[in-house]
Unconditional design. Structure first.
Length: 321
């Protein structure tokens, strides 16, 4: 087989090799287990057993998710952070985006490794088939693999930003309802539960956070720790300041309702100021669409007839008049 034919069939060979490796991994991680081991796992971790039953009764996509969950620790081993600070940073990013499972870090790093391999195979096979083994093809392959490698980071940043925005926009309304609950005689944990029940359809994100905090309070954790963790895991500055205010109010015995009302008013003022700022920027942002898309059409409609008349009057020989 000549070198030209080898380069032509190289993408197909790479695809076949990746398919064989994937098949072997699927066969390894989906192997049957004996019933005794499954029963021991059910007794040791009932919640995990129920989740496994749901996966078994689900569709093919659920079984693939199960396979990936089992294979994620092995895939992410090469990308695991080396220091405790990096581990905490990764957990904070995942928590801000709403991923708090124990396997979230392994799954995220596993997605990054899979993206790297897919980028190498996809871009490498395409460039080798089109232009052969050249410096340009290597640059394209490395660039595409790097893009696929950092795509999970971009997605995670987008999800975290959207979640923070949702919390910021719905927090003043939640605080107003919490003020009503506290003034009616409810405790902080009961107020959190009531807000989570009443606003679960309109403010789902903040209700999830309040439900988790309420559950931690019911489990016996200290109120100071729960409030501080509420501000830290979301990554929202307003929740951090709210947690600090509630901690101070609880420590010095001041009115919790008054603290919540002051915080709600300040957040509402800040939200209105941000809306006014965005409205003031609208005129500047409209300049480019006006100049590029609208102004040429207006120019043709207004100046076009006059230009045609001028051409006919100045150059009658060219127009036949």
């Amino acid at each position: 087989m000549s070198s030209a034919n080898l380069v032509h069939y190289l993408p197909w060979l790479l695809f076949g090799g990746i398919a064989i490796v994937a098949w072997l991994l699927l066969d390894k991680f989906t192997g049957k287990r004996d019933r005794a081991s499954e029963r021991l796992d059910e007794l040791r971790n009932p919640q995990g057993a129920r989740r496994q039953d749901l996966l078994k009764g689900g569709k093919k996509g659920d079984s693939m998710a199960k396979v990936f969950e089992m294979a994620a620790p092995s895939l992410a081993k090469a990308l695991q952070p080396k220091s405790e600070i990096e581990v905490n940073k990764l957990k904070a990013k995942l928590s801000a985006a709403g991923f708090r499972n124990d396997s979230a870090s392994s799954a995220f790093l596993g997605f990054k490794l899979i993206g790297l391999v897919v980028g190498l195979v996809l871009f490498g096979g395409t460039t080798l088939a089109s232009s052969g083994l050249t410096q340009k093809s290597l640059v394209y392959t490395v660039g595409g693999a790097g893009l696929m490698f950092y795509t999970p980071d971009l997605i995670l940043a987008f999800l975290g930003s959207r979640r923070k925005t949702s919390i910021f926009l719905t927090l003043p309304d939640a605080l107003d309802l919490m003020v009503v609950c506290v003034e009616a005689g409810l405790g902080l944990d009961q107020a959190l539960r009531k807000v989570a029940e009443e606003m679960k359809d309109t403010a789902r994100t903040i209700c999830e956070e309040f439900s988790l905090s309420n559950f931690q309070l019911q489990m016996g954790r200290a109120k100071t720790e729960v409030l501080r963790e509420l501000g830290q895991r979301t990554g929202v500055d307003d929740l951090r300041s709210l947690a600090a205010i509630l901690i101070q109010a609880d420590k010095f015995g001041s009115s919790v309702a008054q603290a919540l009302r002051v915080q709600s008013d300040s957040m509402r003022i800040r939200r209105r100021q941000l809306a006014e700022e965005k409205a003031a920027k609208t005129a500047v942002k409209l300049i480019f669409p006006l100049v590029i898309f609208i102004f040429p059409g207006i120019f043709v409609v207004l100046v076009g007839p006059a230009a045609i008349t001028m051409v006919r009057e100045m150059f009658p020989m060219m127009t036949g008049h």
